[in-house]
Write a protein that binds this ligand. Structure first.
Ligand code: HMG
Ligand code: MG
Length: 302
């Protein structure tokens, strides 16, 4: 086992966490959430996406949110860009990293971005080239790497195929995503091993939704392979509008508690993170999805 001694977390709460909310969340609240996350020690934050507002209305305020953030030195702000139109809009807001997002499943690719896997790669290629020319880093999200809401189980070979295509167009690092949270440790490890055929371990991050309550186990399974980059959402916010029934990402608070309990450094202040989670949960008028946050809040009151 090569369990890392340090882990870097990318909080995707402002983007993956909030994209599915039915009521519009004001840009000012999203900006405050980003500020609280960076104050808690997050060094990477996925802020928003430049997608069609008809498809994902909640992200229509992408420019306002990016323009409103007071940036903290040393923090990397990333945004999703599915095509050149999205990239050109994002470029005006100067993200540090853009994310192209594809799927290991054909059906999910069609539902999520309205094109086949092959077509998505054709669309991403000029986005990746333009980002690199502008000095912007490029990440590739790979959805449905263990299971798909439309196709069921996804074989590791299909993950390797997508990872190879991403590598071929110049994507620098990739996320192995369990979009609908159906994965279990060995399946997630197989998806990561398939990705390792094209990307080194340092360029692979785990992105686990917690629909079936497996996300922390899957995080540990990924750690055992040496993965040290993970995505999570404060308060366990989120879901994907094109993956019905899927719940949020694993809660950042829960991952931090797991890691600190194992003596793994994150640079994150768990108490400040719990406060950030409480801020957004209060706004959404619902309890935090983080078990750790709920336990720590109960302890504070006791
Ligand atoms: P399309 O309809 O095929 O695109 O959508 P199109 O090129 O034919 O354009 C149609 C209309 O959309 C046009 O407007 C374009 O201008 C506009 P109209 O002339 O009809 O008024 N348009 C855009 N507007 C703003 N920004 C853009 C843009 N592109 C076109 N970038 C498209 C294709 C990709 C745009 C659409 O399918 C889309 O926006 N999909 C977004 C899906 C999405 O955001 N899903 C959630 C994020 S992925 C995720 O959550 C998974 C992840 O977390 C990992 C995991 O868990 O698996 C990352
Ligand atoms: Mg996701």
């Amino acid at each position: 086992m090569n369990i890392p001694s340090r882990v870097r977390l990318i909080d995707v709460g402002p983007r993956d966490g909030l994209q599915n909310e039915k009521q519009p969340v004001p840009a000012a609240v999203k900006i405050e959430l980003v500020h609280r996350l960076q104050a808690a020690g997050l060094k990477e934050i996925e802020v928003t996406s430049y997608v069609s507002p008809k498809w994902v209305p909640q992200m229509a305020d992408n420019h306002d949110v990016m323009a409103g953030i007071v940036r903290q030195a040393g923090v990397r702000y990333s945004v999703l860009t599915p095509n050149l139109k999205g990239f050109e809009a994002a470029l005006l807001d100067q993200p540090h990293e853009i994310v192209v997002f594809g799927a290991a499943s054909e059906a999910f690719s069609q539902k999520n971005i309205n094109c086949s896997i092959a077509e998505s790669i054709e669309r991403f290629a000029p986005v990746v080239a333009a980002a690199k020319a502008a000095g912007i880093a490029v990440r590739g999200a790979m959805s449905c790497t263990v299971g798909c809401p439309y196709e069921g189980d996804i074989a590791p070979e299909r993950v390797a195929y997508l990872a190879g295509l991403m590598k071929g167009i110049g994507v620098e690092r990739v996320d192995v995503a369990d979009t609908i949270g159906v994965g279990t440790p060995r399946k997630v490890q197989a998806a990561i091993e398939a990705t390792l055929k094209h990307f080194p371990i340092d360029s692979i991050s785990g992105h686990f939704h917690d629909t079936y309550g497996q996300a922390l186990s899957n995080t540990l399974a990924a750690l055992e392979l040496g993965v040290w980059n993970f995505q999570s959402s404060v308060a366990g916010l989120g879901g994907c509008p094109y993956a019905k029934g899927a719940t949020g990402n694993v809660a950042t608070e829960d991952v931090v508690y797991l890691l600190h309990g194992m003596g793994i450094e994150t640079g994150i202040d768990l108490d400040a993170l719990v406060d950030a989670g409480q801020f957004i949960s209060d706004h959404l008028n619902r309890p935090s999805g983080s078990r750790v946050a709920r336990a720590l809040l109960a302890k504070r009151q006791g």
